[in-house]
Design a protein around this ligand. Structure first.
Ligand code: TRP
Length: 348
Protein backbone atom coordinates (compact mmCIF):
# COMPACT_ATOMS: atom_id res chain seq x y z
CA UNK A 1 0.00 0.00 0.00
CA UNK A 2 1.37 3.38 -0.86
CA UNK A 3 1.36 6.19 1.67
CA UNK A 4 -0.54 9.42 1.09
CA UNK A 5 1.58 12.53 0.79
CA UNK A 6 0.40 13.56 4.25
CA UNK A 7 1.57 10.26 5.74
CA UNK A 8 4.93 10.66 4.04
CA UNK A 9 5.26 14.20 5.44
CA UNK A 10 4.21 12.97 8.88
CA UNK A 11 6.80 10.20 8.88
CA UNK A 12 9.52 12.58 7.74
CA UNK A 13 8.48 15.02 10.45
CA UNK A 14 8.67 12.32 13.16
CA UNK A 15 12.09 11.12 12.05
CA UNK A 16 13.42 14.65 11.90
CA UNK A 17 12.06 15.44 15.37
CA UNK A 18 14.07 12.53 16.73
CA UNK A 19 17.18 13.83 14.95
CA UNK A 20 16.63 17.32 16.38
CA UNK A 21 16.51 15.92 19.90
CA UNK A 22 19.83 14.21 19.32
CA UNK A 23 21.65 17.09 17.72
CA UNK A 24 19.73 20.37 17.87
CA UNK A 25 22.70 22.46 16.79
CA UNK A 26 22.75 20.86 13.35
CA UNK A 27 19.34 22.35 12.54
CA UNK A 28 18.29 25.78 11.41
CA UNK A 29 14.62 26.58 11.83
CA UNK A 30 12.73 29.30 10.01
CA UNK A 31 9.15 30.41 10.64
CA UNK A 32 7.28 33.64 10.34
CA UNK A 33 4.09 35.59 10.72
CA UNK A 34 2.33 38.31 8.80
CA UNK A 35 2.34 41.56 10.76
CA UNK A 36 -1.41 42.11 10.51
CA UNK A 37 -2.21 42.45 14.20
CA UNK A 38 -1.37 41.25 17.65
CA UNK A 39 -0.63 37.61 18.37
CA UNK A 40 -3.30 35.76 20.31
CA UNK A 41 -3.62 32.65 22.47
CA UNK A 42 -4.04 30.47 19.37
CA UNK A 43 -0.68 31.64 18.04
CA UNK A 44 0.91 31.15 21.42
CA UNK A 45 -0.15 27.56 21.98
CA UNK A 46 -0.09 26.67 18.28
CA UNK A 47 3.37 27.89 17.34
CA UNK A 48 5.10 30.42 19.59
CA UNK A 49 5.59 28.08 22.51
CA UNK A 50 7.13 25.47 20.20
CA UNK A 51 9.52 28.00 18.66
CA UNK A 52 10.74 29.04 22.07
CA UNK A 53 11.31 25.38 22.96
CA UNK A 54 13.38 24.82 19.81
CA UNK A 55 15.35 27.98 20.51
CA UNK A 56 16.09 26.85 24.04
CA UNK A 57 17.11 23.37 22.88
CA UNK A 58 19.84 24.99 20.81
CA UNK A 59 18.30 24.95 17.33
CA UNK A 60 19.51 27.94 15.29
CA UNK A 61 16.22 29.86 15.18
CA UNK A 62 15.15 32.44 12.58
CA UNK A 63 11.83 34.24 12.77
CA UNK A 64 10.53 36.34 9.93
CA UNK A 65 8.17 39.27 10.10
CA UNK A 66 6.59 38.60 6.71
CA UNK A 67 5.72 42.18 5.83
CA UNK A 68 5.50 41.67 2.06
CA UNK A 69 2.90 38.95 2.65
CA UNK A 70 0.57 41.57 4.13
CA UNK A 71 -0.25 42.85 0.64
CA UNK A 72 -1.02 39.44 -0.86
CA UNK A 73 -4.70 39.98 -0.14
CA UNK A 74 -5.16 43.57 0.98
CA UNK A 75 -4.75 46.95 -0.63
CA UNK A 76 -3.22 48.90 2.19
CA UNK A 77 -0.20 48.81 4.48
CA UNK A 78 -1.97 50.95 7.05
CA UNK A 79 -0.44 50.66 10.54
CA UNK A 80 2.30 48.38 9.26
CA UNK A 81 4.95 50.01 11.46
CA UNK A 82 2.86 49.63 14.62
CA UNK A 83 1.99 46.05 13.68
CA UNK A 84 5.63 45.16 13.06
CA UNK A 85 6.72 46.64 16.36
CA UNK A 86 3.85 44.92 18.20
CA UNK A 87 4.75 41.58 16.67
CA UNK A 88 8.38 41.88 17.73
CA UNK A 89 7.30 42.75 21.29
CA UNK A 90 4.96 39.75 21.32
CA UNK A 91 7.87 37.53 20.26
CA UNK A 92 10.15 38.84 22.96
CA UNK A 93 7.47 38.65 25.65
CA UNK A 94 6.74 35.04 24.68
CA UNK A 95 10.40 34.13 25.21
CA UNK A 96 12.19 34.53 21.89
CA UNK A 97 15.63 35.82 22.75
CA UNK A 98 17.31 38.07 20.16
CA UNK A 99 20.71 36.83 21.35
CA UNK A 100 19.80 33.38 20.10
CA UNK A 101 17.11 34.04 17.50
CA UNK A 102 17.39 36.17 14.38
CA UNK A 103 14.24 38.28 14.02
CA UNK A 104 14.00 40.12 10.69
CA UNK A 105 11.67 41.50 7.98
CA UNK A 106 11.20 40.68 4.29
CA UNK A 107 11.36 44.27 3.16
CA UNK A 108 14.81 44.84 4.60
CA UNK A 109 16.52 41.87 2.98
CA UNK A 110 16.73 42.56 -0.80
CA UNK A 111 18.73 39.45 -1.70
CA UNK A 112 16.04 37.24 -0.16
CA UNK A 113 13.44 38.85 -2.42
CA UNK A 114 15.72 38.55 -5.43
CA UNK A 115 15.68 34.77 -5.16
CA UNK A 116 12.07 35.06 -6.31
CA UNK A 117 13.23 35.44 -9.94
CA UNK A 118 15.15 32.19 -10.37
CA UNK A 119 12.66 30.35 -8.14
CA UNK A 120 9.65 31.44 -10.20
CA UNK A 121 11.30 29.86 -13.22
CA UNK A 122 11.25 26.51 -11.42
CA UNK A 123 7.48 26.16 -10.97
CA UNK A 124 4.68 25.84 -13.46
CA UNK A 125 1.49 27.83 -13.71
CA UNK A 126 -0.62 24.79 -12.81
CA UNK A 127 1.50 24.02 -9.74
CA UNK A 128 0.79 27.53 -8.50
CA UNK A 129 -2.90 27.34 -9.30
CA UNK A 130 -3.62 24.06 -7.57
CA UNK A 131 -2.09 25.04 -4.22
CA UNK A 132 -4.95 24.36 -1.75
CA UNK A 133 -3.84 27.06 0.70
CA UNK A 134 -3.80 29.70 -2.02
CA UNK A 135 -7.27 28.59 -3.11
CA UNK A 136 -8.62 28.78 0.44
CA UNK A 137 -7.03 32.16 1.11
CA UNK A 138 -8.33 33.53 -2.14
CA UNK A 139 -11.88 32.56 -1.17
CA UNK A 140 -11.51 33.86 2.39
CA UNK A 141 -10.15 37.22 1.23
CA UNK A 142 -13.04 37.99 -1.11
CA UNK A 143 -10.38 39.65 -3.21
CA UNK A 144 -9.47 38.88 -6.80
CA UNK A 145 -6.39 36.71 -6.97
CA UNK A 146 -3.37 39.00 -7.05
CA UNK A 147 -0.14 37.90 -8.67
CA UNK A 148 1.48 38.10 -5.27
CA UNK A 149 -1.08 35.81 -3.63
CA UNK A 150 -0.71 33.32 -6.47
CA UNK A 151 3.08 33.30 -6.09
CA UNK A 152 3.47 33.76 -2.36
CA UNK A 153 4.27 30.09 -1.75
CA UNK A 154 7.34 30.69 -3.93
CA UNK A 155 8.16 33.76 -1.85
CA UNK A 156 7.84 31.56 1.20
CA UNK A 157 10.35 29.19 -0.40
CA UNK A 158 12.71 32.20 -0.68
CA UNK A 159 12.18 32.85 3.06
CA UNK A 160 13.02 29.29 3.93
CA UNK A 161 15.88 28.71 1.51
CA UNK A 162 17.78 32.00 1.63
CA UNK A 163 19.18 31.01 5.03
CA UNK A 164 19.26 27.31 4.11
CA UNK A 165 16.99 26.39 6.96
CA UNK A 166 16.31 22.69 7.13
CA UNK A 167 13.28 22.64 9.42
CA UNK A 168 10.04 24.62 9.32
CA UNK A 169 7.40 24.08 12.01
CA UNK A 170 4.01 24.10 10.32
CA UNK A 171 0.36 23.33 10.76
CA UNK A 172 -1.22 20.94 8.31
CA UNK A 173 -2.57 23.85 6.25
CA UNK A 174 0.91 25.16 5.47
CA UNK A 175 2.24 21.80 4.34
CA UNK A 176 1.72 22.50 0.60
CA UNK A 177 4.17 25.40 0.97
CA UNK A 178 6.81 23.09 2.35
CA UNK A 179 6.22 20.71 -0.53
CA UNK A 180 6.72 23.48 -3.07
CA UNK A 181 9.83 24.62 -1.22
CA UNK A 182 11.25 21.10 -1.41
CA UNK A 183 10.39 20.94 -5.11
CA UNK A 184 12.10 24.26 -5.78
CA UNK A 185 15.23 23.22 -3.86
CA UNK A 186 15.38 19.90 -5.68
CA UNK A 187 14.87 21.42 -9.13
CA UNK A 188 17.41 24.14 -8.52
CA UNK A 189 19.99 21.62 -7.34
CA UNK A 190 19.31 19.34 -10.32
CA UNK A 191 19.50 22.09 -12.90
CA UNK A 192 22.30 24.21 -11.58
CA UNK A 193 24.20 22.23 -8.96
CA UNK A 194 23.61 21.63 -5.32
CA UNK A 195 23.04 24.78 -3.28
CA UNK A 196 19.96 24.12 -1.14
CA UNK A 197 18.84 21.64 1.52
CA UNK A 198 15.37 20.11 1.17
CA UNK A 199 13.69 21.42 4.29
CA UNK A 200 11.39 19.30 6.40
CA UNK A 201 8.05 20.54 7.75
CA UNK A 202 7.81 19.73 11.43
CA UNK A 203 4.14 19.05 12.01
CA UNK A 204 2.55 20.34 15.15
CA UNK A 205 0.12 18.05 16.94
CA UNK A 206 -1.21 20.66 19.29
CA UNK A 207 -4.98 20.67 18.65
CA UNK A 208 -6.20 23.91 17.15
CA UNK A 209 -7.46 26.20 19.91
CA UNK A 210 -11.00 27.34 19.02
CA UNK A 211 -12.11 30.93 19.53
CA UNK A 212 -14.12 31.90 22.61
CA UNK A 213 -17.35 31.19 20.71
CA UNK A 214 -16.15 27.82 19.45
CA UNK A 215 -15.62 29.02 15.88
CA UNK A 216 -12.20 29.24 14.25
CA UNK A 217 -10.13 31.75 16.18
CA UNK A 218 -9.97 34.89 14.11
CA UNK A 219 -9.61 38.60 14.65
CA UNK A 220 -12.58 39.24 12.39
CA UNK A 221 -14.86 37.15 14.64
CA UNK A 222 -13.65 39.07 17.69
CA UNK A 223 -13.22 35.75 19.50
CA UNK A 224 -9.46 35.81 20.11
CA UNK A 225 -7.61 36.92 23.23
CA UNK A 226 -4.48 38.84 22.29
CA UNK A 227 -1.43 38.28 24.42
CA UNK A 228 -1.14 42.03 24.85
CA UNK A 229 -4.71 42.75 26.03
CA UNK A 230 -5.17 44.10 29.55
CA UNK A 231 -6.94 41.88 32.11
CA UNK A 232 -9.96 44.22 31.84
CA UNK A 233 -10.12 43.94 28.04
CA UNK A 234 -9.82 40.19 28.40
CA UNK A 235 -12.70 40.08 30.90
CA UNK A 236 -14.87 42.21 28.62
CA UNK A 237 -14.25 40.05 25.57
CA UNK A 238 -15.00 36.85 27.47
CA UNK A 239 -18.15 38.38 28.95
CA UNK A 240 -19.44 39.23 25.47
CA UNK A 241 -18.85 35.82 23.99
CA UNK A 242 -21.85 33.85 22.80
CA UNK A 243 -23.04 30.82 24.83
CA UNK A 244 -26.50 29.19 24.84
CA UNK A 245 -29.66 29.02 26.92
CA UNK A 246 -28.94 25.77 28.71
CA UNK A 247 -27.86 26.47 32.29
CA UNK A 248 -25.84 23.39 33.18
CA UNK A 249 -22.30 23.51 31.81
CA UNK A 250 -21.26 20.47 29.77
CA UNK A 251 -18.47 19.89 27.27
CA UNK A 252 -19.93 19.20 23.84
CA UNK A 253 -18.08 20.98 21.01
CA UNK A 254 -20.62 19.90 18.37
CA UNK A 255 -23.86 20.87 20.08
CA UNK A 256 -22.53 23.61 22.36
CA UNK A 257 -19.68 25.38 20.55
CA UNK A 258 -19.78 28.55 22.68
CA UNK A 259 -19.65 26.83 26.08
CA UNK A 260 -17.09 24.33 24.79
CA UNK A 261 -14.84 27.04 23.32
CA UNK A 262 -14.76 28.70 26.72
CA UNK A 263 -14.03 25.38 28.44
CA UNK A 264 -11.13 24.64 26.08
CA UNK A 265 -9.67 28.10 26.70
CA UNK A 266 -9.81 27.56 30.46
CA UNK A 267 -8.44 24.04 30.08
CA UNK A 268 -5.37 25.01 28.08
CA UNK A 269 -4.51 27.87 30.44
CA UNK A 270 -5.04 25.87 33.64
CA UNK A 271 -3.72 22.47 32.55
CA UNK A 272 -7.03 20.86 33.58
CA UNK A 273 -9.47 18.99 31.36
CA UNK A 274 -12.63 20.47 29.87
CA UNK A 275 -14.83 17.81 31.46
CA UNK A 276 -13.39 18.35 34.92
CA UNK A 277 -14.01 22.11 34.67
CA UNK A 278 -17.53 21.60 33.29
CA UNK A 279 -18.42 19.30 36.20
CA UNK A 280 -17.08 21.75 38.72
CA UNK A 281 -19.08 24.68 37.31
CA UNK A 282 -22.21 22.55 36.66
CA UNK A 283 -25.40 24.44 37.46
CA UNK A 284 -23.63 27.69 38.26
CA UNK A 285 -24.03 28.47 34.54
CA UNK A 286 -22.32 30.54 31.88
CA UNK A 287 -21.65 33.54 34.12
CA UNK A 288 -19.61 31.43 36.52
CA UNK A 289 -17.85 29.72 33.62
CA UNK A 290 -16.87 33.06 32.11
CA UNK A 291 -15.54 34.29 35.43
CA UNK A 292 -13.42 31.15 35.70
CA UNK A 293 -12.13 31.43 32.11
CA UNK A 294 -11.18 35.05 32.74
CA UNK A 295 -9.27 34.12 35.86
CA UNK A 296 -7.42 31.26 34.13
CA UNK A 297 -6.44 33.35 31.10
CA UNK A 298 -5.39 36.41 33.07
CA UNK A 299 -3.36 34.34 35.52
CA UNK A 300 -1.66 32.43 32.72
CA UNK A 301 -0.82 35.54 30.72
CA UNK A 302 0.18 37.77 33.64
CA UNK A 303 3.95 37.14 33.52
CA UNK A 304 4.04 37.46 29.72
CA UNK A 305 2.05 40.68 29.85
CA UNK A 306 4.24 42.15 32.57
CA UNK A 307 7.28 41.33 30.49
CA UNK A 308 5.76 42.85 27.38
CA UNK A 309 4.97 46.05 29.21
CA UNK A 310 8.49 46.25 30.53
CA UNK A 311 9.91 45.67 27.03
CA UNK A 312 7.54 48.21 25.49
CA UNK A 313 8.76 50.83 27.93
CA UNK A 314 12.29 50.46 26.56
CA UNK A 315 12.07 52.97 23.74
CA UNK A 316 13.27 51.68 20.35
CA UNK A 317 13.89 48.16 21.66
CA UNK A 318 11.84 46.45 18.94
CA UNK A 319 13.52 48.59 16.31
CA UNK A 320 16.99 47.70 17.58
CA UNK A 321 16.18 44.00 17.64
CA UNK A 322 15.02 44.22 14.03
CA UNK A 323 18.01 46.27 12.93
CA UNK A 324 20.38 43.63 14.24
CA UNK A 325 18.31 40.76 12.81
CA UNK A 326 17.97 42.44 9.41
CA UNK A 327 21.69 42.94 9.23
CA UNK A 328 22.36 39.29 9.96
CA UNK A 329 19.74 38.19 7.46
CA UNK A 330 21.13 40.51 4.78
CA UNK A 331 24.61 39.05 5.10
CA UNK A 332 23.36 35.48 4.83
CA UNK A 333 21.00 36.32 1.95
CA UNK A 334 23.75 38.05 0.01
CA UNK A 335 26.00 35.04 0.41
CA UNK A 336 23.29 32.65 -0.79
CA UNK A 337 22.44 34.87 -3.74
CA UNK A 338 26.10 34.91 -4.79
CA UNK A 339 26.13 31.13 -4.60
CA UNK A 340 22.96 30.96 -6.69
CA UNK A 341 24.33 33.32 -9.32
CA UNK A 342 27.58 31.38 -9.31
CA UNK A 343 25.78 28.06 -9.84
CA UNK A 344 23.86 29.64 -12.73
CA UNK A 345 27.03 31.00 -14.29
CA UNK A 346 25.81 34.56 -13.88
CA UNK A 347 29.09 35.97 -12.70
CA UNK A 348 30.47 38.66 -14.98
N1 TRP B 1 2.55 32.36 5.43
C1 TRP B 1 2.76 32.29 6.84
C2 TRP B 1 1.46 32.68 7.54
O1 TRP B 1 0.61 33.27 6.94
C3 TRP B 1 3.88 33.23 7.28
C4 TRP B 1 5.19 32.90 6.66
C5 TRP B 1 5.85 33.64 5.73
C6 TRP B 1 5.99 31.73 6.89
N2 TRP B 1 6.99 33.02 5.38
C7 TRP B 1 7.13 31.87 6.05
C8 TRP B 1 5.85 30.61 7.70
C9 TRP B 1 8.10 30.89 6.01
C10 TRP B 1 6.84 29.63 7.65
C11 TRP B 1 7.95 29.77 6.81
O2 TRP B 1 1.33 32.41 8.71
Amino acid sequence: MSLTSYEVAEKRSQETKAAIEKNPASFRMLTGDRPTGRLHLGHYFGTLQGRVEFQNMGVDTWVLVADFQVITDRDSTENIDTNVEGLVLDYLAAGLDPEKTTIFCHSQVPALNELMLPFLSLVSESELERNPTVKAEREASGHTLTGLLLTYPVHQACDILFCKSNIVPVGKDQLPHIEITRTIAKRFNERFGRVFPEPVGILSHVPLLPGLDGRKMSKSYNNAISLSMTPEETAKLIKKSQTDSERTITYDPEARPGVSGLLTTAAICSGRSEVEIAEEIGDAGAGALKAYVTECVNTYLAPMRARREELASQKNLAKEVLLAGNERARAVAQETLQEVLGAMGMVY
